[in-house]
Design a protein around this ligand. Structure first.
Ligand code: UT7
Length: 328
């Protein structure tokens, strides 16, 4: 009996915001955005769409891909920094829409590392309790709802989307999908990437909103420096723990924040360029959704098959960072 990836799904809103569109909103240029980040466009939700709506579309596709009904789910974990409400959890809102009446549901907040933290959490619950068979894990974000559209430092970077993975027990396999894991946090760096108001420390007022304190704040250069070392370190750790060589990897999927960060990770891991998965040019940085969008793309295009090894590596606010060595 193993715990394997049974299905994936993803969703991005229809509306595309291009670099040319952003040139009309703030003092920026397509050239600056492309050379500094690699991003060409991102998808933006309608005002009516909430994070759970994006998660729902991805979840329905993942269930179909796994050939499962929602009632077969024992657990739903939604990784997000943009929940529909502070409570109830987006997981519970999603449960109601899916009709996943046998699942217990919660949200997990680890910023851009959220999907990997959630996969590790769901996997561990399945592993230690016979009664839990299947888990739906989703990274879903409506980052456009906490983006300051007047701040060129950040508004060009982010996008909305959802990526879902179903993991579950299968009698016919003798391996687990998470071969090794390496998860970290360092709250000493909590100030470099955060939303300054909107929580119990500083509830929102007309003033906090006018100042943009309710939106994403990032010290880009500092985050960049820390991100590369942390993602590479965690990726090397899962390779060392498992004994799998970098040359055996089908894919390395880094959190899709920026081409330059992804290139630096590739260089330090010494893997062939075609092994590194990139789609940040199409979606921007979608935080917890980013690796889920990649996983669904490789799955739905048939680019990955049972037994392939992948390294997933992510970094985000908290600070948090994590790598998983996945056997598909
Ligand atoms: O998902 C969580 C993890 N997040 C990340 O990994 C993001 C990490 N950081 C980054 O990706 C990069 O630091 C950024 C892409 C955010 C910024 O790139 P950078 O090379 O670090 O640029 P910078 O912040 O040092 O800014 C360089 C210049 C500044 O102008 P001056 O002071 O040199 O005159 C900025 O004001 O570029 C200016 N600038 C812009 N110019 C045109 C900043 N944003 C823009 C913009 N368009 N959108």
């Amino acid at each position: 009996m193993g715990i394997i990836i049974k299905g994936t799904g993803s969703y991005v809103p229809e509306k595309i915001l291009t670099n040319a569109d952003l040139e009309k909103m703030v003092e920026t240029s397509d050239e600056w955005i492309r050379t500094r980040t690699g991003i060409q466009e991102r998808h933006i939700s309608t005002p009516e769409q909430a994070t759970s709506d994006l998660a729902y579309e991805a979840a329905v596709k993942a269930l179909a891909n796994a050939n499962m009904s929602a009632e077969e789910l024992d657990l739903i974990v939604v990784a997000t920094v943009t929940p529909d409400h502070s409570f109830p959890s987006t997981g519970c809102v999603l449960q109601r829409r899916l009709g996943a009446k046998n699942a217990f549901c919660f949200d997990l907040e680890a910023a851009c590392s959220g999907l990997l933290y959630s996969l590790e959490t769901a996997f561990s619950l399945l592993k230690c309790r016979d009664k839990y068979k299947n888990a739906l894990v989703i990274g879903a974000e409506k980052l456009s709802s906490i983006t300051n559209w007047k701040d060129r430092n950040t508004c060009v970077l982010f996008g909305d989307g959802a990526g879902a993975v179903i993991i579950g027990k299968d009698d016919s396999v003798d391996y687990d999908c998470i071969v090794a894991s390496d998860l970290h946090s360092d709250g000493n760096y909590s100030e470099v990437l955060k939303r300054r108001s909107g929580g119990s420390r500083m509830p929102d007022t007309a003033e906090t909103i006018a100042e943009g304190l309710n939106c994403i704040y990032m010290e880009g250069k500092e985050v960049f420096k820390l991100a590369v070392g942390a993602m590479v370190g965690a990726a090397k750790s899962v390779l060392a723990q498992s004994g799998v060589a970098a040359s055996e990897l089908r894919y390395v999927i880094p959190h899709q924040a920026n081409y330059r960060i992804i290139d630096a990770v590739a260089q330090r891991l010494e893997v062939e360029d075609e092994v590194i998965y990139r789609n940040v040019h199409r979606y921007g940085n979608t935080s917890a959704a980013s690796i889920g969008l990649c996983l669904d793309e490789i799955n739905s295009s048939g680019a990955v098959k049972r037994g392939d090894y992948l390294v997933l590596t992510a970094f985000g606010g908290g600070l948090t960072w994590a790598s998983l060595l996945i056997k598909w």
